[in-house]
Design a protein around this ligand. Structure first.
Ligand code: SAH
Length: 335
């Protein structure tokens, strides 16, 4: 394609590498787990999805316990988080009786995995445009990092857009002209797809009520920096090396994403702060008490990995958005 039509932007490159109907990374495989390329919080410990279930039940009560509402998950992977969430919510039967589950997923392979885990009573969507007209509790774990970004580079007083072209028959990143102008030197990233989804979700929440919980690696405030990365078999690799065979992501710019909702943003937390406030340590102790020595150690180590500052605890951030005049949901804004 590049040979025939010329260089393509980083956003198009990323979208094709991940979502091309035949060769796209997510379209043809289940990438998770030890034998795969990477792992995620719900795959590390069941406690992650369970505590999000507890968060949902409380958020539903904060909304006034609507008799009909949707639990919406963006990019549910293997469906593990949703299965753990629904199991934990069995403690609140009125919540489950009022809930419909809606999943946004583009990958046929992962849709099949979600169906195997969650059964028939679930509705799938290609995009957020077709969500039902009911209050929604929206969950997105490691979804926004997979959405395409553009990269701009300001160098020597002039701004360019990074593009993927060919050099001696190999893919190479070069600089293309752009109308954009950045004021300081550096690399600037923009994900217009993420912002468009944020805008749609914000409109849904503002008009029908609800809350969104976005968990991902990224930064609280917009800042210059090149965060594009590729991971294969649990190791970083060159983003250009094996297109379609490595996971390509970028860190989430939570300031820009938060603003795109045009709704009420609650004070953000790190994943460590969020999970501790939701009772991760207590829940882990309780579950692990039933296990024997090595199993107990492994269970506690998995929980620790989610909250430790030098593991996932600080790098991962949690954004909670509610409708414009909505109440804060615990633990956001709790003093
Ligand atoms: N939330 C899961 C999976 C994260 S991986 C977990 O934490 O384990 C990213 C997920 O988003 C995958 O399910 C992938 O297929 C899906 N995805 C990526 N881009 C998407 C898009 N543009 N539309 C819908 N789903 C997408």
């Amino acid at each position: 394609m590049i040979e025939a039509e010329g260089p393509i932007g980083i956003d198009r490159y990323m979208a094709l590498c991940l979502g091309h109907p035949v060769h796209g990374y997510y379209m043809s495989r289940d990438p998770f787990g030890a034998a795969g390329d990477f792992t995620t919080a719900p795959e590390i410990s069941q406690v992650f999805g369970e505590l999000i279930g507890v968060w949902c039940v409380n958020a539903w009560v904060t909304l006034g316990s609507p008799a009909q509402f949707a639990i919406v998950e963006l990019g549910p992977g293997r469906g593990t988080l949703m299965a753990d969430l629904l199991r934990a919510a069995k403690a609140a039967p009125e919540f489950l009786a009022a809930a419909q589950v809606h999943l946004i997923e583009m990958s046929p392979v992962l849709r099949a995995a979600q169906k195997a885990k969650l059964g028939e009573g679930v509705t799938w969507h290609e995009t957020v445009a077709t969500l039902p007209a009911v209050p929604c509790l929206i969950i997105a774990n490691e979804f926004f990092d997979a959405l395409p970004i553009r990269q701009f580079e300001m160098r020597g007083g002039k701004t360019y857009e990074r593009a993927v072209g060919l050099h001696d028959g190999k893919l190479k990143v070069g600089l293309a002209p752009t109308d954009k102008n950045f004021e300081t030197e550096g690399v600037f990233e923009m994900s217009s797809v993420s912002l468009a989804i944020g805008e749609d979700l914000g409109r849904q929440i503002n008009s029908l009520g609800g809350a969104a919980l976005v968990i991902d690696y990224g930064h609280f405030y917009s800042a210059a920096g090149d965060t594009l990365q590729a991971v294969k078999a649990h190791n970083f690799c060159d983003v250009l090396e094996t297109p379609g065979e490595a996971d390509i992501t970028a860190h989430v710019d939570f300031e820009a994403l938060g603003k795109s909702f045009n709704a009420k943003l609650l004070p953000m937390l790190t994943q460590g702060q969020f999970l501790k406030a939701m009772g991760l340590e207590m829940r882990s102790e309780k579950l692990s008490a039933k296990l024997g020595g090595p199993e107990r150690d492994a269970f506690l180590a998995a929980s620790a990995r989610l909250i430790d500052a030098d593991q996932m605890g600080d790098l991962f951030k949690v954004l909670c958005v509610v409708q414009k005049d909505g109440n804060a949901t615990y633990p956001f804004g709790a003093t």
